[in-house]
Write a protein that binds this ligand. Structure first.
Ligand code: BTN
Length: 252
């Protein structure tokens, strides 16, 4: 039997960091990101953690589909108003928070993947909507993680799962480990930007020193990320800093 979701405990730990936070569990929804985006467009800008047991149209980066298995995955989105001076590197800081809450062997593949070895443990999809205050945006931080083994068919990268590293964690326990760390990270990101996460990212950088191929055809050796979260790649034509979230990168 799966244990009940520890939503009360998640709320108790995260609400002091995100005052007014509500925590909601939905048995099924198209996508937790899409649902929070609809609510934001209707003027609902309060902090909310939306957890779905099943997503019927989960979305990944670059318009890709995110397929999850209700018995094997954790899918949630955290929506909140943020007003950082600079948004660069937010997905990297979120990755640092999630990896830190899970295990030292979780690495981060720029800009939004969590990897164990060369297998994908999960991904992050951040979207924003206008907020009442023009200096701020409503940020929707969507996270999808494999908790138990899942089928690899149709995936461009083979899957890893949390229980390989932490057999005792089910989806609820992983949520409880991650959300308070994520809330603290979002507050810190708003105050300090990506710069204060740069070293922590570097320790978990899955690409550093590796041959990479960019989706625009260029190849080179990844050299880490700069203080703005740009991926530095040494190509035949010289060093380049990749900031575009439209560029995807793979080990060559
Ligand atoms: C990626 O790997 O490209 C990002 C995947 C993000 C998936 C999560 S699951 C919860 C939230 N809702 C979505 O539709 N997507 C994100």
């Amino acid at each position: 039997m799966t244990s009940p979701w520890p939503l009360e405990s998640v709320w108790e730990k995260a609400e002091p960091l995100l005052p007014g936070l509500t925590v909601e569990l939905l048995p099924s929804i198209d996508s937790t990101n899409s649902e929070l985006m609809r609510r934001a467009r209707n003027g609902q800008h309060d902090p909310v953690l939306l957890v779905a047991e099943q997503q019927t149209a989960g979305r990944g980066r670059l318009g890709r589909e995110w397929r999850s298995d209700p018995t094997a995955s954790l899918t949630f989105s955290l929506g909140l108003v943020l007003a950082p001076r600079d948004w660069w590197g937010l997905s990297l800081a979120v990755g640092v928070a999630i990896a830190g809450a899970l295990h030292p062997d979780v690495h981060l593949k720029w800009p939004n993947d969590l990897w164990v070895g060369d297998a994908k443990l999960g991904g992050i999809l951040i979207e924003t909507a206008p907020a009442a205050d023009r200096q701020a945006r409503y940020a929707i931080v969507g996270v999808g993680l494999n908790i138990r083994p899942r089928a690899a068919e149709g995936l461009s990268t083979p899957p890893a799962w949390v229980q390989q590293l932490r057999p005792e964690l089910d989806a609820g326990a992983a949520l409880l480990a991650i959300v308070p760390a994520l809330a603290a990270t979002l507050n810190r990101f708003q105050a300090e930007g990506f710069g204060s996460f740069q070293h922590a990212f570097a320790r978990r950088d899955a690409l550093k020193g590796r041959e990479v191929r960019l989706s625009d055809g260029r190849t080179g050796v990844a050299q880490g990320v700069d203080g703005q979260g740009a991926l530095l790649v040494h190509t035949a034509a010289g060093p380049v800093a990749i900031t575009s979230s439209e560029v995807s990168v793979r080990p060559a």
